[in-house]
Design a protein around this ligand. Structure first.
Ligand code: XMP
Length: 530
């Protein structure tokens, strides 16, 4: 009796392993055809994992851990500080694009790092002789989401606090000094008392001083040394209890990355000095990762930039790409990159495959790349072509994180105007290799010179529109819910487990049709919350 049962179990298991193959056997069996997301489906496995308990955290380097494996693309219609803040608050990472003056990019990074922070060491201040009208203009031009400012004189001495209650148009002609709460009426805290643990110190301060919601920190000479807001402290303490945690650095600052342009001199050689100076500025604002983002990462130029930055900043997390081969991954790893971006031409706005005839469908590219990633001990980031949460699950069976462009471009946190066409609202979304984006600065990414008027440059991207899709919180909530579902189906409690457990099956065109809703009339139950 027992013998028969054992025999049956073995037969059952061997049927599974014959038809549902692990990555290497599966991609080899499908050669010479390269596959992408919709070509495959994942086989489910016995599970004891509830989706809500699946741990989505991942590492991009030994130093940089994300709570969710999602990065917003370094595109000028996707990631500036507002998007990067929303990404980090949701546990991911935003890569600030470089189609802006270098100084502006540094400021964008600083905005993220100062967003919610145990102790804001360099708070935005106003001068006592400024007018309220000037403060209003400052808020608008910098897109600040707050309107209360410490007031400091030319020597950095705290002289008062300008409350948001008086930062109103009706007071625009009044001087800050005339409407602020003066220093004598402010309760402040000494720097020495908070330095060790700003969160604990400020938690105690706000409990002691009922109704006060800004803790101003001063040194012995009365100079402003920092600011803690009660809402930040409450959010940080609440975070400790909540399931979804923001991605923060060791100082409680949100994490952020920045794309790096391989700046060249007029003679075409890399401008080492300019590149290093810019990275230095980003590092002094505590940037968490630098991404050397190009369309072709397996090149001497990209290798040189990665080596240059790695040489000068041994501890900095370096992302580089894009490549679609194992030798490309090994090359960038040897140059010093921690994480390699995989993807050439899969993006929703990309025309590289049409224009240049190159590129590999994304899942096969990821699988080939993963051979080198294992050997070189680097991380892989799947960049482009993701249109639904199921694609993210499939990508994560072969990589450590994904980059999203199109899925986030319609969010209100993405840069760009909202426009209305026939009653529907849209946002602009353009490829960084589109003519307009290259003119704005991204030509170097595609190996062109934006000032070169003599040659007709071939665009490798299009300009498009995305329907407005609500907030990053909503979009990521749905996507991560899908990722956790996938992990539950595979019985994977962590992403490394998802990678080791994944088994694949090829899907026919009829199978693809079967996978989407069919033979029904779909009824939308979406609410108006977005
Ligand atoms: P999704 O599919 O998320 O893709 O919209 C975003 C990724 O596409 C890449 N990208 C481009 N690729 N021409 C290209 O061939 C372009 O103009 C272009 N712009 C962006 C980039 O890797 C991005 O993260």
């Amino acid at each position: 009796m027992t013998k028969v049962a054992k025999h049956t179990t073995a037969q059952v298991t061997s049927a599974d392993s014959e038809f549902y193959l692990p990555a290497d056997a599966f991609f080899r069996a499908n050669l010479p055809t390269a596959l992408t997301f919709d070509d495959v489906s994942l086989a489910t496995l016995y599970s004891e994992i509830l989706p809500k308990d699946a741990d989505t955290s991942t590492f991009l380097s030994d130093a940089l851990r994300l709570q969710i494996p999602v990065i917003s693309s370094d595109m000028d219609t996707v990631t500036e500080s507002r998007m990067a803040i929303a990404m980090a608050l949701n546990g991911g990472l935003g890569l600030i694009h470089y189609n802006m003056p270098a100084r502006e990019q540094v400021k964008e990074v600083a905005r993220v790092k100062r967003h919610i922070h145990g102790l804001i060491q360099d708070p935005i201040t106003v001068a006592p002789d400024a007018l309220i009208g000037d403060v209003l203009k400052l808020i608008e031009s910098k897109r600040f989401s707050f309107s209360t400012f410490p007031v400091v004189d030319g020597a950095g001495i705290l002289v008062g606090l300008l409350s948001g209650n008086v930062v109103k148009d009706r007071y625009k002609t009044k001087k800050v000094a005339d409407v602020m709460t003066p220093r004598a009426q402010l309760i402040t805290e000494k720097e020495s008392a908070v330095a060790k643990d700003p969160i604990k110190a400020s938690d105690a301060f706000f409990t002691r001083h009922v109704g006060i919601n800004k803790m101003l920190v001063v040194d012995a000479a009365g100079r402003l040394r920092g600011l803690v807001t009660s809402s930040d402290v409450e959010k940080i303490t609440a975070e400790a209890k909540s399931r979804r945690k923001p991605s923060r650095d060791s100082q409680f600052r949100l994490v952020v990355g920045a794309a790096l342009s391989p700046v060249r001199k007029p003679d075409g050689s890399l401008d080492h000095e300019k590149i290093l100076e810019h990275v230095e500025h980003l590092v002094s604002e505590h940037v968490d990762a630098i991404a050397v983002s190009t369309a072709h990462g397996h090149t001497a130029g990209v290798g040189d930039v990665v080596k240059l930055v790695r040489g000068a900043f041994p501890e900095l997390t370096l992302i580089a790409g894009n490549v679609t081969s194992a030798s490309g991954v090994a090359f960038l790893a040897d140059c010093g990159a921690n994480a390699i971006k995989i993807g050439q031409g899969p993006g929703s706005i990309c025309t590289t495959r049409i224009v240049a005839g190159v590129g590999i469908p994304q899942l096969t590219a990821l699988h080939v790349a993963s051979h080198a990633a294992k050997l070189k001990n680097v991380k892989l980031i799947a960049d482009g072509g993701i249109t639904k949460s199921g694609d993210i699950v499939k990508a994560l069976t072969l990589s450590d994180a994904v980059i999203l462009g199109g899925l986030l471009a319609g969010c209100r946190e993405a840069p760009g105007e909202i426009m209305e066409i026939s009653g529907k609202v849209y946002k602009q979304y353009r490829g960084m290799g589109s003519l307009s984006a290259m003119k704005a600065g991204s030509a170097a990414r595609y190996g062109h010179d934006k000032n070169d008027q003599t040659r007709k440059v071939a665009a490798e991207g299009i300009e498009a529109l995305k329907e407005v899709s609500g907030s990053v919180d909503d979009v990521l909530g749905i996507l991560i819910g899908g990722v956790q579902s996938g992990m539950g189906y595979l019985g994977a409690s962590t992403l490394p487990e998802l990678r080791s457990k994944a088994r694949y099956i090829r899907v026919s065109p009829a199978g693809q049709k079967e996978a989407a809703p069919h033979d029904v009339i779909e009824v939308s139950t979406r609410t108006n919350s977005s």
